[in-house]
Write a protein that binds this ligand. Structure first.
Ligand code: URP
Ligand code: ZN
Ligand code: ZN
Length: 614
């Protein structure tokens, strides 16, 4: 049901932080005064359809009691709650800040990946109309003062999993809560992975379109390929030509579930190339991991640390190298998702240095966390860090941060390079002086502690995945810009622009240019952020970045031309998010045909031989 179909209905409810518990609404919560959906925190989510209908109800214990009774009377599952989402009647509610269709952002430093300047940004009906100094406007325009702050394209997260069914359970964030979290953290678009239903791409697509009905911001889809037959091959074509999908993911891990073998991967690479679609890989050796898991269980290692020990970096490096070589053999571009180790990163760097079109995507958990958490004596704490590939030793994260910079080698990389140089001489001294990774994602795949406890006796059953959709923009700013590793223009490139370029939606997304979508953030470099599960917007009751603080805070998020995050409040409309179609043949395909022609010419074959006389 879209937001529109909810008109005339009033819903007031709270969502809990987990499927199994509902957090208490604080009696001291301030009054809700608009029809907008306001999410002050995940402690109290109240949807109000008509201002009139709540005029006499102020925040008090009376409302709390009312909410409690109402909650008891409503179904509790996520899908049931989803069908009850309210909406903000933008056109008719003057209290709803979303109602402004004209916005002027004044006096900020406007940052694009290629340039920054002090300028105003004028927005009308969801589109950026003008970017220049001293724009004058009338009274009907909402003015947002950005003096002393950065005005940047909203983040684009290339890698998320919302409401995904995986490892016998369903990921805790759906398109409403996951996107609410994204907007609060300055991300205005994400690309989620469709998992086929019983191998069927069409059924998978239909199911994800339904899952996304309460979307509050723009989103696109990648599609996983989990089996191979004629129907899958035909459906890949349909997805690209009619459904706006331009990338397909192949899992080289998760044996017995999502994993594909090399034969399928090869067929998939060939098909991707023929469609101008980008092949993506989860690069870990699934067969070797199964052996590693057995080894741990035989050693009596059943806790979360067994997850890390059973799938070491070498298995990520091996699969990355294999995928890169197969993509080279087919001559098609490759995108390696969630690069977590130096081993994988170096394979990508070598291939890029040799001219191969390979993109490596680190994720924020891999950049800023380390594996020591998996050895925590408390199971709940340790289990929340279980993801695949695993979070590695700190040196891997540091090396990935270095690879995101514009070529300044970090001390660790220098040391690594000397070993590396022996293997790859003579060009290896330069190897990390090129961008081996170009963008940062999250792999947001959040579970609550009850779900993680499915693996209390066996790490193989702990649902894999961590949060990040709300935290990425802040943590990347603090780790990379505040620390002086990259410039503010680089920040825009790695959090937004490069993703838009790779997935062929630039400059509609990923830029503050006339004609671009008005997806914009205002970041105050002098303000601080603090991450905690008590105030985040994900439904999960835990956060892998718990307690982290830093400088640089997203104070305003504008999505589709509406102010959706301001004064630490969300103002969002279920059903307002749009599905963004992504056309094939992005820039990574430029010149592939010429390289193919050169290859054919180089074969000097078939050789035309005259048959010897009998
Ligand atoms: O642990 C992870 N990464 N969970 C999400 C599924 C995937 O592999 O991307
Ligand atoms: Zn994966
Ligand atoms: Zn993932």
């Amino acid at each position: 049901m879209s937001g529109h179909e909810h008109r005339g209905r009033t819903f007031t409810y709270r969502l809990g932080s987990s499927q199994n518990s509902t957090k208490k609404l604080s009696p001291s919560s301030p009054p809700k005064s608009s029809m907008a959906v306001e999410l002050r925190s995940n402690l109290s989510w109240t949807m109000l359809r008509k201002k009139k209908s709540i005029a006499s109800i102020h925040y008090s214990f009376r409302l709390d009691l009312f909410l409690l009774l109402f909650l008891l009377s409503i179904p509790r599952s996520i899908s049931e709650l989803n069908t009850m989402q309210g909406f903000c009647a933008v056109a008719s509610d003057s209290d709803c800040s979303s109602s402004f269709t004209k916005i002027l952002i004044k006096g900020g430093t406007v940052v694009n990946a290629h340039h920054k300047e002090v300028a105003d940004v004028y927005i009308e009906d969801g589109i950026i109309v003008s970017v220049r100094p001293n724009i004058k406007v009338g009274d009907e325009v909402k003015i947002v003062d950005a003096t002393g702050k950065y005005v940047m394209p909203g983040g684009i997260d290339p890698h998320t999993h919302l409401e995904m069914e995986f490892m016998g359970t369903v990921m805790i964030d759906d398109f409403f809560t996951g996107q609410a979290a994204a907007l609060a953290g300055g991300t205005t678009m994400h690309i989620d992975f469709i998992i086929p239903v019983n191998g069927s791409l069409s059924a998978g697509f239909d199911s994800y379109i339904k899952k996304a009905k309460n979307a509050v911001m723009d989103y696109g889809f990648h599609m996983a390929i989990t089996k191979w037959d004629e129907e899958v091959a035909k459906d890949m074509e349909l997805m690209v030509k009619e459904n706006g999908i331009n990338s397909f993911k192949f899992f080289m891990a998760y044996k017995g579930a999502l994993m594909v073998n090399d034969e399928l991967l090869m067929q998939g690479l060939v098909k991707c190339k023929s469609l101008g679609a980008l092949a993506m890989v989860h690069a870990e050796n699934g067969d070797a991991i199964a052996e590693g898991q057995k080894r741990m269980i035989d050693l009596g290692i059943t806790g979360p640390e067994g997850h890390s020990l059973s799938r070491p970096p070498v298995l990520e490096g091996e699969a990355t190298a294999r995928a890169i070589r197969l993509a080279s053999f087919v001559n098609t571009p490759l995108y390696v998702v969630h690069v977590m180790s130096i081993d994988a990163m170096e394979e990508i760097a070598v291939a890029r240095k040799a001219g191969q079109r390979v993109i490596g995507e680190p994720v924020v958990s891999g950049l800023v966390l380390d594996e020591s958490w998996l050895w925590d004596p408390d199971f709940t704490t340790a289990a929340k860090y279980v993801m695949s590939p695993p979070i590695r030793k700190a040196e891997h994260g540091k090396a990935l941060q270095a690879a995101l910079t514009t070529g300044t080698l970090q001390p660790f990389c220098d040391q690594k390079l000397s070993e590396f140089g022996q293997r790859h001489s003579p060009f290896s001294q330069q190897i990390l002086n090129i961008f081996s990774v170009l963008l940062v994602g999250t792999d947001h795949c959040a579970w609550n502690s009850t779900q993680k406890a499915l693996g209390i006796d066996d790490f193989r059953k702990i649902p894999n995945g961590v949060n990040g959709i709300e935290e990425r923009m802040h943590l990347v700013w603090d780790t990379m810009v505040e620390s002086g590793k990259i410039s503010v223009t680089d920040y825009v490139r790695i959090t937004s622009t490069e993703c838009a370029r790779i997935f062929n939606i630039y400059p509609r997304k990923g830029a503050i240019l006339e004609g671009s979508d008005a997806d914009i953030i205002i970041l105050n470099p002098n303000a601080t952020f603090k991450i905690t599960a008590a105030s985040h917007h994900s439904r999960s009751d835990t956060n892998v970045f718990e307690g982290m603080t830093g400088k640089g805070k997203v104070e305003v998020t504008i999505s589709g031309g509406r102010v959706v995050w301001e004064n630490n409040k969300l103002n969002i409309m279920p059903g307002s998010g749009r599905y963004i179609r992504m056309p094939p043949y992005g820039y990574l395909f430029d010149g592939i045909d010429k390289a193919d022609a050169a290859y054919l010419a180089s074969l000097h074959a078939p050789v035309h031989r005259t048959k010897a006389a009998a």
